[in-house]
Design a protein around this ligand. Structure first.
Ligand code: UD1
Ligand code: MG
Length: 486
C-alpha cells in the first residue's frame, strides 16, 4: 500500500551548512569530492528520484559555492547563519517546508546513500506510522558516530552522541547515520524542547529523538542492508574510505556490463563514464569526466582520459593523456601520446609516441608516429606526418591554422609556419621550413643545399695530430702522490 504512494507529501532536507573543522581545510566540507563528485551533489542526486515536493539544502559555510552546485540540480537553498547545530539547521529549513507532512533529512557528508535505501526508509516510516524513523547501521567500529539506544527490539529511546556515551553505551555498535524520516507535525514540538546541552552549545537534531520517545511517540530505526552506505566524511581518512567505495561500485557496474578491468583496485573511473562491452582496461588507468568508450577497445596501463569520446576497437597504448577529444573506430594512439582538447582523430588514424595534438583533425588512416606537435591543424585522409614535424601555429600574439590535404607526405623534421596550406598529394622534403603554400602534387623543399668537401675530415685529423698534447700539470701529480702516502 504505502510503497505505491506518491511522495508529494514529502520534502528532502539536506544539512550542508557546517564547516567541517575536522578536515582542516579552507574548503567547506560538503564541497570536498569523493567518487568524482562533491559530497553534496551525490546527496542531492540520491534524493531526486524520491519525487518529493522539493529538495531543500541548508547552506552556511561557503554558501554561494554550495548553492552553485545544488541549484542546477533543482534544489533550493536556505541560509543558516550562524551554524548552531543540526537541530538549529532543521529549524532554519522550517519555513521552506510548507505543507509537507514528511521530511527525509540527510547530512551533507554521507554521500554513499542510495535512493533505494531512502525509499525503503520512507516505506518503513509510513507503514509504522512513526514520528521518526532513523536509518541506522551496525558497524564493527562505531567510534565517532552517535549510538542508537533501543528500549525494545523495535522502538528507539534516544540517540547518544559519542562525547556523551556512558561506559555501557560505548559498546553499542548500532549507529545513527543522521539520515531520518520525520513526521513534521511531531518533530517541531519535540525540537522546541531540545536544549544546547553539550560542550559545543549546539542544538542537536539527535536530541529530538529522545524528546519524541519520552512523549510516547513511535521512533523506529531501520538498519541499512549495506553499512557502507551510511559512512560519513568527517576526516580526510573518511573521504578516502568513501571514495574507495564509490570507485569500487562504479568498476563493479562496468564489469557487470561486460568490461574487463585488470587489477581493478588501481583503476579510477568517474561516475558519468560509459564503457562498451569487451573493452579491456589495464591497471592504473584513469577514466574521468564524461569519457565514453566504445566496444572492444584497449586502454593500456597508466593512461588518463578526461572527457574523451572513443569509438569501437580503439587502442590507447600505455601512458597516454587525452582530454576532450574524439577518437573514431580503430584509432591507435601512443604509447606516450598527449592529446590536448578539441582533437578529432578519424577512423584508423594513428598517433605515435611523443606526439602532442591540440585542436587538430587527423584524417582517416593518417599517421603521425613520432615526436611531433600538431596544433590548429587539419590533416587529410591517409597523409603521413614524418618524425619531428612541428606546426608553428603561434607567433606570440595569435594562433594560425595549418591545412594539409589528402595523401600528403611530410618529410621528417619539417616546420610548418602557419598559416600555411599543403595541397593533396604533395611532398615536403625532410628538414624543410615551410612558409609558403605548397600546391597539390608538388614538392616543397626549403632547406640549405648540401655541400660535400672530399677529404676534409682526414686533413683536419692530420692537422690536429701534429699539435703537441699539453703535459700534465705538476699540481695534479703532487696531489696524487700525497694521496698514496696516506
Ligand atoms: C552527526 C550526528 C551523529 C551521526 C553522524 C553520522 C548530530 C548531532 N550528530 O554527527 O549522531 O552518527 O552525524 O554521520 O547530528 N550541519 C549544519 N548546520 C550545523 C551543524 C551541522 O548544516 O549547524 C550539517 C553539516 O554540514 C553536516 C551535517 O549537518 O553535513 C552533520 O554534521 P556533522 O558535524 O558532520 O555531524 P557529526 O559529528 O558527523
Ligand atoms: Mg558528519
Amino acid at each position: 500500500m504505502a510503497q505505491t504512494m506518491s511522495n508529494n507529501d514529502l520534502t528532502n532536507v539536506i544539512l550542508a551548512a557546517g564547516k567541517g573543522t575536522r578536515l582542516k581545510s579552507s574548503l567547506a566540507k560538503v564541497l570536498h569530492r569523493a567518487g568524482g563528485r562533491t559530497l553534496v551533489e551525490h546527496i542531492v542526486r540520491a534524493c531526486g528520484p524520491l519525487k518529493g515536493r522539493e529538495t531543500v539544502v541548508v547552506v552556511g559555510h561557503q554558501a554561494e559555492q554550495v548553492a552553485a552546485i545544488v541549484e542546477p540540480l533543482e534544489a533550493v537553498t536556505v541560509l543558516q547563519h550562524p551554524q548552531n547545530g543540526t537541530g538549529h539547521a532543521m529549524l532554519v529549513a522550517k519555513r521552506l517546508l510548507g505543507r509537507a507532512k514528511l521530511a527525509v533529512v540527510l547530512p551533507g557528508d554521507a554521500p554513499l546513500v542510495r535512493t533505494e535505501t531512502l525509499k525503503a526508509l520512507i516505506t518503513a516510516h509510513r507503514n509504522g506510522n512513526a514520528a521518526a524513523t532513523i536509518l541506522s547501521a551496525v558497524l564493527a567500529d562505531p567510534s565517532g558516530y552517535g549510538r542508537v539506544v533501543r528500549k525494545s527490539e523495535t522502538a528507539v529511546s534516544a540517540i547518544v552522541e559519542e562525547s556523551q556515551l556512558t561506559d555501557e553505551q560505548r559498546d553499542i555498535n548500532e549507529i545513527n547515520s543522521a539520515i531520518y524520516c520525520f513526521t513534521l507535525e511531531k518533530l517541531w514540538p519535540a525540537l522546541a524542547h531540545v536544549k544546547p546541552n553539550n560542550k559545543h552549545r549546539e542544538l542537536y537534531l539527535t536530541d529530538a529523538i529522545a524528546a519524541l520517545s519520552a512523549k510516547g511517540e513511535t521512533v523506529l530505526a531501520q538498519v541499512a542492508a549495506d553499512s557502507r552506505e551510511v559512512l560519513g566524511c568527517n576526516t580526510r581518512a573518511d573521504l578516502a574510505d568513501v571514495d574507495r567505495v564509490f570507485r569500487e561500485w562504479k568498476r563493479n557496474a562496468l564489469m557487470d556490463a561486460g568490461v574487463t578491468i585488470q587489477l581493478p583496485e588501481t583503476v579510477l573511473i568517474d561516475p558519468d563514464v560509459a564503457v562498451g562491452e569487451d573493452t579491456i582496461i589495464e591497471p592504473g588507468v584513469h577514466l574521468l569526466g564524461k569519457t565514453k568508450i566504445g566496444a572492444r577497445c584497449t586502454i593500456r596501463t597508466g593512461s588518463v582520459l578526461t572527457d574523451a569520446v572513443l569509438g569501437d576497437e580503439v587502442t590507447v597504448e600505455a601512458h597516454c593523456v587525452v582530454a576532450e577529444s574524439r577518437l573514431d573506430d580503430g584509432v591507435i594512439i601512443g604509447p606516450f601520446a598527449r592529446l590536448r582538447p578539441n582533437n578529432h582523430l578519424k577512423a584508423g588514424a594513428r598517433i605515435g609516441n611523443f606526439v602532442e595534438l591540440k585542436k587538430s583533425t587527423i584524417g582517416e588512416g593518417a599517421k603521425a608516429m613520432h615526436l611531433s606537435y600538431l596544433g590548429d591543424a587539419k590533416i587529410g585522409t591517409k597523409s603521413n606526418i614524418g618524425a619531428g614535424t612541428i606546426t608553428c601555429n603561434y607567433d606570440g600574439f595569435h594562433k594560425y591554422p595549418t591545412s594539409i590535404g589528402n595523401k600528403v607526405f611530410i618529410g621528417s623534421d619539417t616546420a610548418l609556419v602557419a598559416p600555411v596550406r599543403v595541397g593533396d598529394g604533395a611532398y615536403i622534403a625532410a628538414g624543410s621550413t615551410i612558409t609558403e603554400n605548397v600546391p597539390s602534387d608538388g614538392l616543397g623543399i626549403a632547406r640549405g643545399r648540401q655541400v660535400n668537401k672530399p677529404g676534409w675530415a682526414a686533413k683536419k685529423r692530420r692537422e690536429l695530430a701534429t699539435v703537441e698534447k699539453p703535459k700534465r700539470t705538476s699540481k695534479r701529480k703532487s696531489r696524487r702522490t700525497s694521496k698514496r702516502r696516506k
